[in-house]
Design a protein around this ligand. Structure first.
Ligand code: NAD
Ligand code: DAU
Length: 344
C-alpha cells in the first residue's frame, strides 16, 4: 500500500493502550514522513502517559472519541481522509468480559462496524483489523498450531466479540470491496501493558510482596511475543499484505503460565513462595499457538526478541517505571482487582 518515503496519514485507533501506543511510537520513529492520528476514548485502559513523549510532535494528533458513538466519530473525522486505518481499539481483557460482556459487544462489534462504515467513504483507504489468536478457541497439548484457515471457534465473550468483528471486516471486503487486512497475534508483553494482564501483574505483585494468583493448575499454555515484534508485523501487513488476507504473528515461545510466573518471582524475589494456585478462569482456554509461515513468507516478517531477553527487559522496564504503574494502581483498577480476586 504505502511507500515509506511518501507522506501518508494513518488513523490509529486505541493508540493510548498498550499495543497501540507501541505502534504509534514505531510509526513516528520508522516512518518519518507519515502523519499519525491517534483516536482513543481513554477508557480505564487508555493512558495519555503512554504517548506523552510524542504529544508535541507536529506529525502527531490525538482525538478523544468513543467508537461506540457513531455520530461523534463522524464529526471528529469530518474532512479527514486517511490512507489507512489501523484498528487496535478494543476491550481486551478476558476476565473483564466474563464479569461484564456488554462493553465488549459495544466496542469490539459496534465500534468496528461504525469505523468500517466510515472507511467505506474513504476511497483507497486500507483497513487493518488487529485481531487475536483467541478467535480460534483452544488447542490441546498435542494439536498442531493455528493456521490462517483454522475455523473460528471462540470461547469467551471477549474472543466471540473479536471473532464477530473479524467476520464483519471479511464481509465488508467481499461485499463492498474494502481493502482490508486482518492480523491475528498471540499474547503480547512489553512496556506500557496494563497491570491486569499476567506478566505486568506478576511483576508488580512480586515487587510489592503480594500473592501471585495463578489460575487452575497453571499448566495452560500461551505463545508469548514481544510487543515490538507484533507492531513490526502490523506495519509489514499494512505495507505489504495482500488485500482480504489474514496474517499471523507469534513469538515461537510457548510457555506454561506457572513457568513464567516462577521466572518472574525468582528474578525479583529470589523464590517462588508468593505463588498461589487459585480458582480457574471460567471457560479457560488451554493452549494457543500460532503458525507464522505465511507472514514470514509473504511479509518478510520474523520475531526478533528471544523470550528470556524480552521478559528480562520488560521486568526492568516495570522496575524503572514505577511512577507509570503507581498512577494506574491508584485509580479504578483497584476496584476491579478487588472484585475479581476477592472471591478467589
Ligand atoms: P488495551 O486494553 O491495552 O488498549 C485498548 C485501547 O483501546 C485503550 O487505549 C482504550 O482507551 C481504547 N478503547 C477501548 N474502547 C474504546 C472505544 N469504544 N473507542 C475508542 N477507543 C477505545 O489493549 P491492547 O492489549 O493494547 O490490545 C490492542 C488490540 O490488540 C486489541 O484489539 C486486542 O484485541 C488486540 N490483541 C491484543 C493482544 C494482547 O496480548 N494484548 C494480542 C493479540 C491481539
Ligand atoms: O492471546 C492473545 C490474547 O492475550 C489477547 O487477545 C488478549 O487481549 C490478551 O488479554 C491476552 O489474553 P489472555 O487471557 O491469554 O491474557 P492474560 O494476561 O489475561 O492471561 C494469560 C494467562 O495467564 C491465561 O492463561 C490466564 C492466566 N492468568 C492471568 C492472570 C491475569 C493467571 O493465571 N493469573 C492471573 O492473575
Amino acid at each position: 500500500m504505502a511507500d515509506a518515503r511518501d507522506a501518508k496519514t494513518i488513523l490509529v485507533t486505541g493508540g493510548c493502550g498498550f499495543i497501540g501506543a507501541n505502534f504509534v511510537h514505531l510509526l513516528l520513529r520508522e516512518r518519518p514522513a507519515w502523519r499519525v492520528l491517534n483516536l482513543d476514548a481513554l477508557t480505564y485502559a487508555g493512558n495519555l502517559a503512554n504517548v506523552a513523549d510524542v504529544a508535541g510532535d507536529p506529525r502527531y494528533q490525538f482525538l478523544r472519541v468513543d467508537l461506540t458513538d457513531a455520530e461523534a466519530l463522524q464529526r471528529a473525522l469530518a474532512g479527514v481522509r486517511p490512507d489507512a486505518v489501523v484498528h487496535f481499539a478494543a476491550e481486551s481483557h478476558v476476565d473483564r468480559s466474563i464479569l461484564g460482556p456488554e462493553a465488549f459487544l459495544k466496542t469490539n462489534v459496534n465500534g468496528t462496524f461504525h469505523l468500517l462504515e466510515l472507511v467505506r467513504k474513504w476511497p483507497g483507504c486500507r483497513h487493518v483489523q488487529v485481531s487475536t489468536d483467541e478467535v480460534y478457541g483452544s488447542l490441546s497439548d498435542t494439536d498442531p498450531r493455528f493456521c490462517e484457515t483454522t475455523p473460528i471457534n471462540p470461547s469467551s465473550p471477549y474472543s466471540a466479540s473479536k471473532a464477530a468483528a473479524d467476520l464483519l471486516v471479511q464481509a465488508y471486503h467481499h461485499t463492498f470491496g474494502l481493502d482490508t487486512i486482518t492480523t491475528r497475534c498471540s499474547n503480547n508483553y512489553g512496556p506500557y501493558q496494563f497491570p491486569e494482564k499476567l506478566i505486568p501483574l506478576m511483576v508488580i505483585n512480586s515487587l510489592a510482596g503480594k500473592p501471585l494468583p495463578v489460575y487452575g493448575t497453571g499448566r495452560n499454555v500461551r505463545d508469548w511475543i514481544h510487543v515490538e515484534d507484533h507492531c513490526r508485523g502490523v506495519l509489514a501487513a499494512l505495507e505489504r499484505g495482500r488485500s482480504g488476507e489474514v496474517y499471523h504473528f507469534g513469538g515461537n515461545a510457548e510457555r506454561a503460565n506457572i513457568d513464567i510466573v516462577r521466572q518472574i518471582a525468582v528474578t525479583l524475589t529470589g523464590s517462588d513462595a508468593l505463588i498461589q494456585l487459585v480458582q480457574d478462569r471460567p471457560g479457560h482456554d488451554w493452549r494457543y499457538a500460532m503458525a507464522t509461515d505465511k507472514s514470514e513468507r509473504e511479509l518478510g516478517w520474523a520475531p526478533q526478541w528471544a523470550f528470556d531477553a524480552g521478559l528480562r527487559a520488560t521486568i526492568d522496564w516495570y522496575v524503572q517505571n514505577r511512577a507509570w504503574w503507581q498512577q494506574i494502581l491508584n485509580k479504578d483498577y483497584l476496584i476491579f482487582y478487588d472484585k475479581l480476586y476477592g472471591g478467589r
